[in-house]
Structures are given as structure tokens and as C-alpha cells.
Design a protein around this ligand. Structure first.
Ligand code: PCA
Length: 227
């Protein structure tokens, strides 16, 4: 076993929301030892422009064996393990720096898509065995979470040491949906059945699912080292 950590990133709030479960899960896991490796938790700005340099700097500064990035997917009811990142930024809402990318390449002259290098099936199975709903997903969208996964996978290809990277989208926390429902009542402009973004999961279940994902990833990486 080497002493390279697991980097867990969590995006800051965006889109007018006060909280992002991804950021809170990252904070809950920071400095813990999981699967024999220390977790280095880092918050990420929702900024397309800063993402490429941040990914490279974090790989150089922390030299993680594994990167698991986290983001919110409003309306998702399951833990969503992303398979793929596409080299496209196409935003429906601006990022936190006011950038509204349209049909833009994330990194010019790089592949159209890159695949997550985490052991996704093992992660899915382990999370399901713990009784938490999870699935593989074939799209991380075309907003910042996709750009995050794409940039880490691209930066990993240029990093001197092997580094396995992936992305997990998480649902809203229950408190966030409760708050949405209060706001809806006050505004009285939409009926509940008109909204598709009311799925949620408890923060403790989301944290547990990510812990299990880290354990499964560490297991696969140390397995590869000893074979
Ligand atoms: N979710 C957004 C970006 C930040 C986040 O937490 C996304 O799915 O792209």
C-alpha cells in the first residue's frame, strides 16, 4: 500500500441554492481514513474557466491515487455513478462567474469523450448491498460536473503517476426539498406535480454511499498494485 491519498472534491452551491450536498459530503469525509487511504477533501468553484488549472494543480499538489468528484443533480433520486465525460460545455444557466457556455469545447484538440477509470460496477454493487439506491449513468450533463470529470481525466493522462478518476452525482438532501416545498407554497405559482426535482436522500446516506465508493475504489487500486 502506498501513502497517496484519495482526493474528494465537492462543488460549492450554485444556481441560486444556499447549499450543495456535494460540498457537505466532501467536508464530512475530509481527513478521514477510508480503505487504508487518507481523504483530502477540497471544495471546487462552479467556474468553467478555472477548472482546467485547478484539476492539474490538485493532481500535482496532492498526488492522489484516486479522485472522486461530487456534484448535485437536482431531481435525481439515486446515487449516480458517472461513466463518461464529453468534451462539450453547453450551459442552461451561467456558472458562478457569469459564464454561459454554448456548444464550447472544454479542451481543444482533445478526445470527444473520456471514460471514468473507477471500478463502477464494484462501487454500484457495494452501495446497493448496503441498501442505498445507486445506478450507473451514461451522462454527467454538459455543465460543470461534466467539465470537472473531463478535466480530471485529461489531467490524469498527463500526470506522471497513475490516477483513477470518476464522478458521483448525488440527490438533493431532504432538508433542501422541504425548503423548496415551503417556497412553492409561499409563491403559489406551481403545483407539486408540475415539478420533477423533488427527489431527495438523507445526508447520512449520501455520505455512507460515497464512503463505500471510496472503499471499493481503494480496493481496486491496491489490488492492481499487488497483482
Ligand atoms: N452540479 C452541477 C455543477 C455543480 C454541481 O454540484 C452539475 O451537475 O453540473
Amino acid at each position: 500500500m502506498d501513502d497517496r491519498p484519495v482526493l474528494v472534491t465537492g462543488f460549492e452551491p450554485y444556481g441560486g441554492r444556499g447549499r450543495n450536498p456535494a460540498h457537505e459530503v466532501m467536508q464530512a469525509l475530509h481527513d478521514r481514513v477510508i480503505g487504508g487511504r487518507r481523504v483530502a477533501g477540497v471544495g471546487l468553484p462552479v467556474s468553467l474557466g478555472r477548472m482546467p488549472a485547478i484539476a492539474t494543480a490538485l493532481l500535482n499538489d496532492i498526488n492522489p491515487a484516486i479522485v472522486i468528484s461530487l456534484g448535485l443533480w437536482p431531481g435525481e433520486s439515486l446515487i449516480r455513478l458517472e461513466r463518461i465525460a464529453v468534451n462539450i460545455a453547453d450551459f442552461e444557466i451561467a456558472d458562478n462567474e457569469g459564464v454561459l457556455a454554448v456548444d464550447q469545447e472544454i479542451r481543444s484538440s482533445e478526445p470527444a469523450a473520456l471514460l471514468s477509470t473507477l471500478p463502477l460496477r464494484a462501487m454500484e454493487r457495494a452501495i446497493l448491498d448496503a441498501g442505498i439506491p445507486a445506478r450507473l449513468s451514461a451522462t454527467a450533463g454538459t455543465y460543470l460536473c461534466n467539465a470537472c470529470l473531463y478535466n480530471f481525466l485529461a489531467a490524469a493522462r498527463q500526470h506522471p503517476d497513475p490516477v483513477e478518476c470518476g464522478f458521483i452525482h448525488v440527490p438533493y438532501m431532504q432538508e433542501q426539498v422541504a425548503e423548496l416545498l415551503v417556497t412553492m407554497r409561499e409563491q403559489a405559482s406551481l403545483e407539486v406535480h408540475q415539478r420533477r426535482d423533488l427527489a431527495s436522500m438523507s445526508l447520512s446516506d449520501i455520505v455512507r454511499a460515497v464512503e463505500i465508493a471510496i472503499e471499493a475504489s481503494c480496493h481496486a487500486v491496491s489490488g492492481a498494485v499487488t497483482v
